[in-house]
Design a protein around this ligand. Sequence first.
Ligand SMILES: [Zn+2]
Length: 138
Amino acid sequence: MVCLLWEFPQNLLGAIVLGFLRAAGRPVKITCDHERLFIRAPVNVSLGMFIFFSPSRSTAGIDPIMRHEYGHSMQSQLLGPFYLIVVGLPSFFLAAHATWHARKYHRLPKKYLERFPERWAENLGRKASPILQDSARY
Ligand SMILES: [Zn+2]
């Protein structure tokens, strides 16, 4: 309950995104684990307890995209109502640039995961890997 209120702005956005995906008939598969909703969807974004991710093509170990988004979810837990400003905005603009770059050059920018807040999310996600082992099975 505390996390619902502490992370209220991003939880509200996450519920809205999930509602839009369902209303648009987009396929989503939801699993609840570690007090988070892991949602396979055609979008990669972490909004409070809602972790949306499009599984990567990687078949070995923990899905790196899920792990990265879980790292953002941990940032949300740490920052609470400041998450969207401190992490969400810079991450959104980095992702927008990366999408443009990938369309133009057919690859992500080399330093995408080295920038703030992406590197922090990567580090948090990697540290959480042991507890994500079960989540990686679905
Ligand atoms: Zn990210």
